[in-house]
Design a protein around this ligand. Structure first.
Ligand code: SF4
Length: 88
């Protein structure tokens, strides 16, 4: 499932730089994840980079966007045509 960013976010911008899918943008008060681009980092990293880079633990799984591992990998392939996934 896609991740979302909670109100704990201090909008430091670190996760924006770390996301391999350019899924995160800075909102007015917190950063925001586009669920159409978030793959839980499947295809690129072993762990969600927004979560591992966040100093306040703001990113959490979003139950409103349930997806299987296969669906996440398919999303990654669609976002990165011609590239080979590093983590499957
Ligand atoms: Fe980006 Fe990965 Fe966080 Fe999803 S889990 S928003 S792909 S860094």
């Amino acid at each position: 499932m896609a991740y979302k960013i909670t109100d704990e976010c201090i909008c430091c911008g670190t996760c924006v730089l770390e996301c391999p899918n350019q899924a995160i943008s800075e909102g007015d008060t917190i950063s925001v994840i586009d669920p159409e681009r978030c793959t839980e980092c499947v295809g690129a990293h072993e762990h969600p980079q927004c979560l591992t880079s966040c100093s306040v633990g703001a990113p959490v799984p979003d139950p409103a966007h349930q997806e299987s591992h296969e669906q996440l990998l398919a999303k990654w392939k669609k976002l990165h045509p011609g590239e080979t996934p590093l983590y499957t």
